[in-house]
Each structure stands twice: as structure tokens, then as C-alpha cells.
Design a protein. Structure first.
Length: 234
């Protein structure tokens, strides 16, 4: 494995893992690392490693146990064995892909092959590790996954704020916004909607205030994030 010393500590089921340095405590809940592996020795070996690095491990023997578990609110990632007794890891990945985009997946397997790893990565997996692997490799993959999860949560939160702001607009303000982001001047918007230029200016001001837009360019970017696409056929 690249980036690992010549004599790395190798993870094997049932082995003893030296604890890594724990992250400093904070007021925020620790990120959650969900581990699905039907081998109890793997779960019992990896859980302390995850905990000693400062994350909260939650372990499951099957995919269905995981699916019955409440959704995590906060940064998280899934460490997933490919071969499971019920749903296999690739099938589980397919099932949760649309529902949990903020939870990156790291696959681990003792029976990996190139087609399997390619399929997992194309479906959005962050990493595909074949046992045995050095603990440092898994920890680095989890660290990367947690950062990606934090970023995804931030993006989703920002988009929800935009959606809430847009929902606060009146129907007329939405009409004005949609025409303004096309590049229409106040006079053109008024002509399209049968309003005076002064009335359009007032509605436009309300739109900028409610959307918390700093400029027209900022409002155009917000509209794009909301899926309000300027109509080039005007």
C-alpha cells in the first residue's frame, strides 16, 4: 500500500491494535463511524481503534440491523464489508445512495477483485480496502470520509436555508425574482407583469431582503442552486 512504512501494523481479525491519539474533546458530539461486518472479531477489533481516535463506533452484524437503526444526525461514515449474510454491501450501497448522501462509504473485504472495486467506486464509494490492511490506512480513510460528511451536511443546510427563504416570498415576488435573474430591467419586468416600474422596484427590494442577497449576481447564483434557470429565449 502506498504511503505505509515497510513494516506497518497490519489489521487482522482478532488482533490487538495500539490506540491512536484521541482528538481533543469539544462541545459537538463525536462523529459516528458505523461498521457493518458479520465477523465479530473484526467488529471487536475495529471498534476500539475507532473509539480511541475520537469517533463513536456503532457496529452491526448485518445490513438489515443497520437499516433498522435510526438515521445519524451529524457527521458520519459507513465502514462496510462487501460480503454479508443478508444484503451484500454493494446492494446496501445501492439502497442508501439517494437517502444518505452525507454518509460516505468505505468498503472493506477479504475477497475483493478489480471489477467489484470498480463497481463500488463508480457507485460513489470513497475507498475500497482489502484485508489485511494497516490500521493507519483505515483511520486516514475514515478521517477523509468524516470531512466529506461535514462538507455535505453544510451544503445541505445552506440549500435548506435558501429553500426556506424562497418559500417566504409571495407569488408576485417569485415572479419578479424569476424575471430579474433572467437579466430583465425593472421596466421590462413591469411590462411583462403589468406593473409599474416603482412597484417592481419595491418587490425587487423585498426579494433581495428576504433572500439575503448581497447583489444581483448573488441572487442569480441562489436561483441556480434552487433550480430556477434563466430563460435564454426571451
Amino acid at each position: 500500500m502506498q504511503g505505509i512504512s515497510e513494516s506497518p501494523r497490519i489489521f487482522r481479525p482478532g488482533s490487538s491494535l495500539a490506540p491512536s491519539r484521541r482528538n481533543p474533546s469539544s462541545m459537538s458530539p463525536a462523529p459516528v463511524v458505523l461498521l457493518i461486518d458479520d465477523d465479530i472479531s473484526v467488529r471487536e477489533s475495529l471498534a476500539p481503534l475507532i473509539r480511541n481516535t475520537g469517533w463513536e463506533p456503532q457496529t452491526f452484524a448485518t445490513a438489515r440491523e443497520f437499516l433498522a437503526h435510526p438515521r445519524i444526525n451529524g457527521p458520519s461514515c459507513l465502514v462496510l464489508d462487501v460480503t454479508l449474510p443478508d444484503l451484500d454491501g454493494l446492494e446496501l450501497q445501492r439502497l442508501i445512495a439517494g437517502e444518505r448522501p452525507d454518509m460516505p462509504i468505505i468498503f472493506i473485504t477479504g475477497y475483493g477483485d478489480i471489477p467489484m472495486s470498480v463497481r463500488a467506486m463508480k457507485a460513489g464509494a470513497l475507498e475500497f480496502l482489502t484485508k489485511p490492511f494497516a490500521p493507519e490506512v483505515l483511520i486516514e480513510a475514515i478521517r477523509h470520509a468524516i470531512e466529506r460528511s461535514r462538507h455535505a451536511i453544510g451544503v445541505q443546510a445552506g440549500l435548506q436555508l435558501l429553500r426556506d427563504a424562497y418559500a417566504s416570498l409571495t407569488p408576485r415576488e417569485r415572479q419578479v425574482m424569476e424575471l430579474v435573474v433572467r437579466g430583465m430591467l425593472n421596466k421590462q419586468v413591469g411590462g411583462a407583469l403589468g406593473l409599474s416600474e416603482i412597484t417592481v422596484k419595491a418587490h425587487r427590494g423585498q426579494v433581495m431582503r428576504k433572500m439575503k442577497a448581497r447583489s444581483l449576481a448573488n441572487l442569480v447564483n441562489m436561483a441556480a442552486e434552487l433550480g430556477i434557470t434563466p430563460d435564454s429565449r426571451r
